[in-house]
Design a protein around this ligand. Structure first.
Ligand code: F6P
Length: 547
């Protein structure tokens, strides 16, 4: 029996019939205690679900569904290293990466905690060497620029976190600049290479597989640039200017990065769950080893909460189950993530990968086709800027969209009143928008007299997530909360959140098309693709003839 035919799902469907037509204005009018009832706090985070289209019965039925799907057992399976990723026959142990050293974790008889901390400590030594100026470029210069070359999970997490926590860098490491290069077209790399000095630049090639063409192409270009600028052989350049972070040491060695310049992690760390491993080196370089440890500690706090709190008070569980309610029972398939703090500008892109690469699936763990929706389309933007871009659609478009508003309660405590006032302004806008989305123009006295094009229908559900201040611990907890939310939803939908087979075929097809740019377009290529290849070939020929 699939979950959509189960008793708990059917009960929710029946319940949804009585809630679907209810407006949030009615819900707030009927129950003035909604905030007290639907607001929960743990591990630095406060989550206010009162602007979701739920009642107390909804929550209870959602918890029944979670219990029916044996969620507590599945949470235990995740933490204890069971093979929760069956299509790749492995566990998903990102929670182990942030577990304190003194807690052992036996997987297949090995204490992986010892290995994890040895790897982390080795990373810290390298970070210290770079910060202290002991790591030198080919002419003896200390390192001033670090370029992380990676893509997907080997880029988005470190980039998001560096941008969020950059201000926490202690004074002595501030003269090292950390850059990120991901895109295979070379535009980011070309821009950076134009204004950095080769002798004082270190490249970190971050790739779990060490086969990702995007990353290897950028790394090749970076190495050629160094060889050309230094006049030195590749081996020498690799020793001074390249570090590999990978779960495939042999491939990194074959590419040319010596073992002593490598940091390793494991195949049981999913790419999009890897920034807690040595993939987070860019974060430690940007913010310092101690802040990276705090970041891990924050995530661990959320792990402890997720593993131990009752389902009805468990933040990741509630976030996930209310998402399921919106998607599967209220038919909402768009999800906007709206941070009201510019430091969190890369959180939406990070969550796009986390959520959509994990749960963008349409077959069960057993390979059966699903009859119900899974991951919605998720996108987002820094809230105040999005207000001037796509909020029009949120307020007056035809689509139902669920929103996450994210903001720290306090900011700029030591930076003067003007900036504090700017933060207050952002918070006022955050609260105003979620209020309007929920209640529409009923917040006005005379809305009924307004013309149709000025009306706000409201009833768009949202969750507001707040924390006291943005710091390494609170960010770690926030991100771990989303990771666990994704896992909980996968348990309910009975899908595998830890594989990503849907990205593989494109890589193979691209490789075969690449050959056709120089050769004849293959006869079994579709006419659109063939036409476009011929257009590219013609343009290139004309440009070469002119040159
Ligand atoms: O192609 C998708 C993907 O495999 C992601 O899951 C991953 O985060 C990214 O590519 C990068 O992979 P790697 O770290 O192996 O280079």
């Amino acid at each position: 029996m699939t979950v959509d035919h189960s008793p708990a799902w059917i009960a929710l469907n029946t319940h949804a019939d009585s809630v679907r037509d209810k407006h949030l204005t009615e819900m707030f009018a009927e129950d003035t205690q909604r905030f007290e009832k639907f607001c929960f706090s743990a591990a630095h985070c406060l989550t206010d679900f009162s602007k979701q289209r739920i009642t107390e019965d909804t929550l209870q039925l959602l918890i029944d569904l979670a219990a029916q799907q044996q969620l507590p057992q599945r949470i235990e399976a995740l933490f204890s290293g069971e093979k929760v990723n069956p299509s790749e026959n492995r566990p998903a142990l990102h929670t182990a990466l942030r577990q304190p050293k003194e807690l052992p974790l036996l997987v297949d008889g090995n204490d992986i905690s010892t290995e994890i901390h040895a790897s982390l400590e080795r990373m810290e030594v390298l970070v210290d060497q770079i910060h202290n100026g002991q790591w030198r470029g080919y002419d003896g210069s200390p390192i001033k620029n670090v370029v992380n070359i990676g893509v997907g999970g080997s880029d988005l997490g470190p980039l998001m976190t560096c941008r969020a926590l950059g201000q926490f860098a202690p004074e002595h490491i501030r003269d090292i600049e950390v850059h990120f290069v991901s895109s295979m077209d070379g535009s980011q790399l070309a821009r950076i290479l134009n204004h950095i000095d080769p002798a004082s630049t270190l490249f970190i090639v971050s790739s779990k597989s060490f086969t990702t063409i995007d990353t290897l192409t950028n790394a090749n270009t970076a190495r050629e640039w160094l060889v050309d600028n230094s006049g030195l052989p590749i081996e020498l350049i690799s020793q001074h200017h390249f570090i590999a972070i990978t779960a495939s040491p042999n491939k990194a060695a074959t590419w040319g990065i010596p073992e002593k310049n490598q940091l390793h992690f494991w195949d049981w760390t999913g790419g999009r769950y890897s920034m807690w491993s040595v993939i987070g080196m860019a974060i430690a370089l940007q913010t310092g080893n101690e802040n990276f440890r705090q970041f891990l500690a924050g995530a661990h706090k959320m792990d402890v909460h997720f593993r131990s709190a009752p389902l009805g008070e468990n933040l990741p569980v509630l976030l996930a189950m209310i998402g399921i309610w919106n998607i599967n029972f209220l038919d909402i398939h768009a999800h906007a993530v709206l941070p009201y703090d510019g430091r969190l500008e890369h959180v939406p892109a990070y969550l796009e990968q986390l959520e959509m690469e994990s749960n963008g699936k349409s077959v069960t763990l057993q390979g059966d086709k699903l009859n119900y929706a899974t991951c919605p389309i998720l996108w987002g933007e820094v809230g105040p800027n999005a207000q001037h871009a796509f909020y029009q659609l949120l307020h007056q478009g035809t689509e139902s969209v669920m929103c996450d508003f994210i903001a720290p309660a306090i900011r700029y405590q030591d930076q003067g009143e003007d900036l504090q006032a700017q933060h207050q302004l952002a918070l006022a806008n955050c609260l105003a928008q979620s209020r309007l989305l929920a209640l529409g123009d009923s917040v006005l006295d005379d809305a009924d007299n307004a013309p149709a094009h000025k009306r706000y229908r409201g009833n768009q559900p949202s969750t507001t997530i707040m924390f006291d201040t943005l710091n390494p611990e609170s960010l770690g907890a926030l991100i771990a909360m989303y990771e666990h939310k994704v896992y909980v939803q996968s348990v309910i939908w009975e899908i595998n959140p830890f594989d990503q087979w849907g990205v593989e075929l494109g890589k193979h097809v691209a490789t075969s098309l690449l050959d056709q740019f120089t050769e004849q377009a293959s006869s079994d290529t579709d006419c659109s693709t063939k036409g476009l290849i011929q257009y590219i070939q013609r343009q290139r020929k004309e440009s070469n003839d002119e040159g």
